[in-house]
Write a protein that binds this ligand. Structure first.
Ligand code: SF4
Ligand code: SF4
Ligand code: FES
Length: 338
């Protein structure tokens, strides 16, 4: 056969495309899960957690280390509930609801456990701004509900000097003699860049920033937990300053920090000057202008200036996470020269 004949046998028309794109097999319908919460029979969609079930019933369950856009890590234990037959209290934020479960959300054991968590945190950390989702101070209402009194652990020990805690080896650091005091994580604020500050006197070690910097959002791994026990702290690799670390200043750690330990420098300075006033701020929803992804931005504006940028956690584009341009690249808006 000649080369011409070979060429003639090559199909001229490409094969017809299927008229419809392939569709995945239909999802298997799973029946709702039936359980009992505080004596009430409830049914929740399969895959729900106990926290989902509680919220569906309007039961206000405190959380600190849990947030919808991160993987639950179960470290704060403030959400614990009692499940019949379970030796220990279980974290509502991550424990799946199971058929036949008998859950108590307000038993004496639950109340005591939540009170202890709030007291330990309150005696060692500045939680004045802390809240379940954002630094809004709402933890105070839970402390009142559970009768938490952090002051019963004694006066706060003297704050650590700058960087002292970062160099600590694990162990017992209380003075052997003298008046007992409550150990704290108090230390000077770390200010080493123009964009955000780290006030680890407010850090409850909820791991949210580490998750946001890691596989849950940013995949940069600039920060991690260093040390153990009471000396555990959030640190960059080798404890270098942020400008010398792997940080890319996306600010996704700030976006998830529930205590104000990580804060826009603008907010930090306004709070220090006593000019931060959320009641005087407006909130504008817009779209980031920098690229075609179209991230949802929430601009927090005070005195006609943008003082903070966040993104809604329920945004299908961002899940609440941004890059450095969307989070911090707003100065040009306020350039009124020329
Ligand atoms: S700003 Fe971004 S890269 Fe830097 S520590 Fe925070 S999450 Fe990690
Ligand atoms: S800095 Fe904030 S987000 Fe990170 S562990 Fe501390 S409290 Fe949690
Ligand atoms: S919110 Fe459930 S363990 Fe922290």
């Amino acid at each position: 056969m000649t080369a011409e004949a070979d060429i003639a046998r090559i199909p001229f028309e490409p094969p017809a495309r299927p008229s419809h794109p392939p569709v995945p097999p239909p999802a298997v319908e799973r029946p709702p899960v039936e359980l009992t919460i505080d004596g009430r029979a409830v049914a929740v969609p399969a895959g729900s957690t106990i926290l989902d079930a509680c919220r569906a019933q309007g039961i206000d369950t405190p959380t600190l280390c849990y947030v919808e856009n991160l993987t639950p890590v179960n470290v704060c234990r403030i959400c614990v509930v009692e499940v019949a037959g379970s030796r220990t209290l279980v974290p509502a934020c991550s424990r799946p609801a199971e058929a036949g479960m008998d859950v108590q959300t307000d038993s004496e054991r639950v109340r005591l456990s939540r009170k202890m968590v709030l007291e330990f945190l309150g005696s060692s950390v500045d939680v004045s701004l802390a809240g379940p989702r954002e630094p809004d101070g709402s933890i105070a209402a839970y402390a009142a509900r559970y009768g938490a009194d952090p002051s019963r652990y004694g006066d706060a020990a003297a704050p650590a000097a700058a960087d002292e805690r970062d160099a600590r080896e694990s162990g017992h650091h209380h003075p052997a003699a003298g008046e007992p005091t409550a150990a704290t994580v108090s230390q000077p604020v770390k200010v080493d860049n123009e964009l955000y500050v780290r006030d680890y006197s407010r850090c409850i070690l909820c791991y949210k920033c580490v998750e946001a910097c890691g596989v849950d959002a940013q995949n940069t791994f600039a920060i991690a937990v260093a040390g153990r026990g009471f000396d555990a702290r959030i640190s960059t690799e080798w404890n270098v300053g942020l400008p010398d670390s792997a940080c890319v200043y996306c600010g996704n750690c700030i976006g998830v920090c529930p205590t104000g330990a990580l804060m826009f420098r603008s907010e930090h300075e306004m709070r220090a000057a006593g000019t931060w006033d959320e009641s005087a701020q407006t909130v504008t929803e817009t779209i980031c202008p920098y690229c075609g992804v179209g991230c949802a931005l929430t601009l927090h504006v005070q005195d006609n200036s943008i003082v903070k940028v966040s993104s809604p956690m329920d945004s299908s584009v961002t899940d609440g996470h941004l890059c450095v341009k969307g989070r911090f690249g707003f100065e040009f808006v306020q350039n009124r020269e020329g």
